[in-house]
Design a protein around this ligand. Structure first.
Ligand code: GTR
Length: 396
């Protein structure tokens, strides 16, 4: 990965509609440009998801004191079929024990099961994936240890700031391997699978759909102040979070952490992971139309700044890590900056900073970008920045 190899590139227009007319007002954005960009990303990249089911859930655990009295914990199974059966995700929630009413929530998927986000022994273990008629996994899942990813969740710190936190295991929504879309939520829609084509949803769209189903639950959850839900995701789950947050305006802010190619990073910089590589390594992530852009980044009629702009005027924080070159920190920053005119059009401050290779400061305004030293990960420093950004949006 060599910065000198980055080709010259021109980004597709953000504030010009497909008919060539300039987008100059909030109404132009809302009624014309935003829907056309959403359709573009749906058709060319992530694929089209079906309507979400009517909410169906079962309480697995009622409010229970947890974390040495600092929290209340609750666990709820949210079904994807619209009935209390079939594929479902288990949502784990904590709120501060001192909360006297609904609190703002952070909501995000985890990689290895709810039991990894805290050493709390009462967290239900993941259920084994149901037997599927698809391709079996090449490698079985490694059993993950309780609390093994606690550093990525910082639950005590989140609670100390007065916020709630909710998470579910992403493989409850769709197992992350190329099985021909026979398992997970794809299997719930055989009529879609029977005519799978270029715009049919892949796994990222399924995870994004699951995040939105989770929001369908959170708006009904008495613990949650549904007007202040921050959606966050790291890496592939950052890609899913950005797509869900772009589509669903109920999320008051969106945090993309190290989401890279197919997430916050510009594809046309062709630095780090690229469209060819990601589709070869993860053929099930995107819709098959996206595969046609393998090696053709210069011809792509869209790029990720246009996706980030769909979050406007809600809060958007793009997080990068200095050593995470695979995700292209500079491409993540430049995408946020190129998305900024849409935020400004909608009354936000925008992102005016210039790129710095070593830049551990958060840029002010919205969208915001933050880069910390270190590797591809989520750290306590990230969470402190996310929470100060949330505080700037949500108030006390
Ligand atoms: C990598 C992939 C990235 C990123 C990452 C992750 O293998 O190339 O796009 O998604 O996995 O999710 O950890």
């Amino acid at each position: 990965m060599d910065e000198a190899q980055v080709p010259p590139f021109v980004l597709p227009e953000l504030l010009k509609a497909a008919d060539g007319k300039a987008v100059t007002s909030k109404d132009d954005w809302r009624w014309k440009r935003r829907p056309e960009l959403l359709a573009l990303f749906e058709q060319e990249m992530y694929g089209q998801a079906p309507a979400r089911p009517p909410l169906a859930f079962a309480v697995l655990e009622e409010a229970t004191p947890a974390l040495e009295g600092k929290a209340l914990r609750k666990q709820v199974r949210v079904f994807f079929s619209g009935r209390k059966e079939g594929p479902a995700m288990d949502v784990l929630m904590y709120v501060p024990a001192t909360a006297s009413g609904p609190v703002p929530f952070f909501w995000g998927l985890n990689f290895n099961g709810n039991h990894t986000v805290s050493a709390d022994a009462a967290i239900a273990l993941p259920r084994p994936a149901p037997a599927s008629s698809g391709k079996p996994r090449l490698k079985p899942l490694k059993p993950a240890e309780r609390g093994s990813e606690a550093s990525r969740w910082q639950i005590e710190a989140v609670l100390a700031h007065g916020y709630g936190t909710a998470t579910a295991w992403y493989e409850d929504i769709d197992p992350d391997y190329d099985d021909g879309f026979q398992n997970g939520v794809h299997a719930l829609f055989p009529e879609i699978e029977a005519r799978r084509g270029g715009t049919t949803w892949g796994s990222l769209a399924a995870w994004a759909w699951g995040l939105r189903v989770g929001m369908d639950y959170l708006v009904r959850e008495p613990w949650c102040d549904a007007a202040r839900v921050g959606l966050h995701g790291h890496s592939r789950l950052g890609k899913a979070a950005v797509w869900a947050g772009a589509q669903d305006e109920r999320f008051s802010l969106v945090i993309s952490n190290n989401s890279g190619c197919g997430g916050a990073a510009l594809s046309k910089r062709f630095f780090g992971e690229n469209v060819g590589g990601i589709n070869t390594n993860f053929p099930h992530w995107f819709c098959s139309n996206y595969h046609q852009w393998k090696g053709r980044e210069p011809d792509m009629p869209f790029d990720q700044h246009q996706l980030l702009a769909l979050v406007a005027p809600r809060g958007l924080l793009v997080g990068s890590a200095e050593e995470d070159l695979w995700a292209d920190p500079e491409g993540e920053f430049l995408a946020a900056r190129a998305a900024s005119p849409a935020f400004v059009l909608l009354g936000e401050k925008g992102l005016e900073a210039h790129w710095k290779r070593e830049n551990s400061a958060i840029s002010q305004g919205n969208p915001a970008h933050w880069q910390r030293p270190g590797k591809h990960d989520v750290t306590d420093q990230d969470w402190e920045r996310w929470m100060s950004f949330a505080r700037s949006r949500w108030g006390k």
